[in-house]
Design a protein around this ligand. Structure first.
Ligand code: ADP
Ligand code: MG
Length: 553
């Protein structure tokens, strides 16, 4: 008899199990996608060990995934010849959720039950999704490390699991045996399983056999010539890669031959899923070297402000046994990264030029992340051309203009790009500082997002034109522009008597306001409003002050 030992799941695992089992009925079939993806990860890992030259047990076994079922016993079995797990690895990998944002993610999921189905389909929920269909799961696993014994694991998903040493010989890899719940018997069926595999796992790069018949098309799509690929194939691959239910907004497929050789297949999603990330690290491109996955979600191929881009980069020139730690210092890698970044920016510029509507769609979804690229000095030119704002010349809050649009409409002798900050178009329209710009017909950029102010103050100028807040602009610099609305009556000089009264009025205001202000002066900038607050030169804007104040308290 083998000695078994009981363990309890961690609290967050219990919570996830509860949500999965009770609220996600309509996406149950993704359990198979999750198990196949784990098998594929395990195969990637063992292939990586083999190419590194590590000692690997049962090296001669083909790298593959096998799926079997028994409609009488209501069981499904998924086996792989991957890296396997030791007893300790089973406990740490399967007994806990490693993802750093999982706590928060779970909280959001449980607060938003309707969205849950959709979201769970989009995100990898992992191994536990098996309990949507299983009343009992048995794992048998043998690590690729030669001296490690095979282990056995069993759970009904209700709170604890058992582990024992396996007393039968097992080759490297993992076998997962699912005993289906009574309401999930439909899954022990050839056509059902085949359909699910084709729908969710068609692009897995190892063969998947269902009762010894190969089901998936193994194609490294990114290595195929562009002309031979149909749009549907790109869309299908994108959905496989991201679990998105919609087609991508943009496909960027590039094949570079010199000076370094690589293929990249990148996508821009239609929607931003910022809010629904598992964790803040949940982004990056998959890096392959000659079809071997070297790193999932590599974060250095693209700068963070392009983190909405999904996809695959496959290099011909990097050494297969390169360690993840030394990648960043590798000159070939750096060149690839620069080239990939350039490609994405050039593609966006092309969209902006050829299809402004589509570009605006892109901007509305991903602009908030993209804007954070103001520190990318290398690509400053392209970055600045890709920025979009609303402006006083726009007809409504939705309209977007580029800095080039602004410059093309500038007045003769205008040397500055004016901007105003505010929570929305209405608020800015009411800002008395804008009156003089309106009356002189000077266009003003309307910045609604607090980040916008960091953008314009960091890049400082576009071409030769400095950004200038309407609140801190030097009025003298506006004198050269004709006032389009000015009429003599408005400026009838004050009588001696009135002037005296006016001076004492200013004095009085100054006394009342005391320390809170620096000065009260007569204004030439106002047209309709009686008074406004202005910044002493070079001081920070009122929005920036609000932000600083908020972060201080
Ligand atoms: P994720 O795949 O996102 O890490 P999962 O819940 O799907 O999360 O899996 C948890 C962990 O369990 C994996 O990271 C891996 O270490 C381990 N694991 C799961 N399935 C296998 C398998 N078939 N072979 C080896 N390890 C596995
Ligand atoms: Mg997984």
């Amino acid at each position: 008899e083998v000695q078994t030992k009981k363990y309890e799941f961690k609290a967050e695992v219990k919570k996830l199990l509860d949500i999965l089992v009770h609220s996600l009925y309509s996406s149950r079939e993704i359990f198979l996608r999750e198990l196949i993806s784990n098998a594929s990860d395990a195969l990637d890992k063992v292939r990586f060990e083999i190419t590194k030259g590590s000692e690997v047990a049962d090296k001669e076994l083909p790298l593959e995934i096998k799926i079997d079922f028994d409609e009488k016993k209501n069981t499904i079995t998924i086996s792989d010849t991957g890296i396997g797990m030791t007893r300790d690895e089973l406990i740490t990998n399967i007994g806990t959720i490693a993802k750093s944002g999982s706590e928060e993610f779970l909280k959001q999921l449980s607060e938003n039950k309707e969205a849950a189905n959709n979201i769970i389909g989009r995100f990898g929920v992992g191994f536990y999704s098996v309990f949507m269909v299983a009343k009992e799961v048995i794992i048998k696993s043998k690590s690729f490390r030669k001296d490690e014994p095979a282990v056995w694991w069993k759970s009904d998903g209700s709170g604890d699991y058992e582990i024992a040493e396996l007393n039968e010989p097992l080759k490297k890899g993992t076998i997962i045996e699912i005993h289906l719940r009574d309401d999930a018997k439909e899954f022990a069926d050839k056509y059902r399983l085949e359909g699910i595999i084709k729908r969710h796992s068609n692009f897995i790069s190892f063969p998947i056999y269902l009762k010894n018949e190969k089901i998936n098309t193994i194609a490294a799509l990114w290595r195929e010539p562009k002309t031979s690929i149909k749009p549907e194939q790109y869309n299908e691959f994108y959905k496989f890669l991201t679990h998105d239910t919609e087609d991508p907004l943009e496909v960027i497929h590039t094949s570079v031959d010199a000076p370094i050789q690589f293929n990249a297949l990148l996508f821009i999603p239609k929607r931003s899923y910022e809010f629904w990330r598992w964790s803040k690290d949940d982004y990056g491109l998959d890096l392959y070297v000659r079809r071997v996955l070297i790193q999932h979600q590599n974060k250095d191929l693209l700068p963070e402000y392009l983190s909405f881009v999904k996809g695959v980069v496959d290099s011909e020139d990097l050494p297969l046994n390169i360690s993840r730690e030394t990648l960043q210092e590798n000159i070939i890698f750096t060149k690839i990264a620069n080239s990939v970044t350039m490609n994405v920016l050039s593609h966006l510029l092309k969209v902006a030029k050829d299809n402004p509507e589509r570009y605006n769609d892109f901007w509305r979804e991903h602009g908030r992340v993209f804007k954070l690229g103001y520190m990318d000095f290398t690509n400053a030119d392209k970055y600045q051309q890709l920025l979009r704002f609303n402006s006083s010349a726009s007809t409504d809050e939705k309209e977007l203009i580029s800095l080039d649009d602004y410059v093309s409409r500038m007045k003769k002798d205008q040397k500055e790009i004016y901007f105003a900050l505010g929570s929305g178009r209405e608020a800015i329209d009411l800002n008395p500082h804008l009156e003089i710009f309106k009356s002189k017909g000077l266009e003003v950029l309307y910045l609604y997002d607090p980040v916008d102010e960091f953008v314009v103050t960091s890049i400082r100028k576009y071409k030769d034109f400095e950004f200038k807040s309407v609140e801190s602009v030097d009025l003298k610099s506006l004198e050269k522009f004709d006032d389009l609305t000015e009429s003599k009556e408005n400026f009838e000089p004050l009588s001696k008597d009135d002037e005296k009264h006016f001076d004492s009025l200013l004095d009085k205001m100054k006394k009342i306001l005391g320390d809170r202000i620096k000065e009260v002066i007569e204004s030439k900038r106002l047209k309709d409003s009686p008074s406004c607050l202005i910044n002493a030169d070079n001081s920070i804007s009122s929005t920036m002050r609000k932000i600083l104040k908020m972060s201080n308290t």
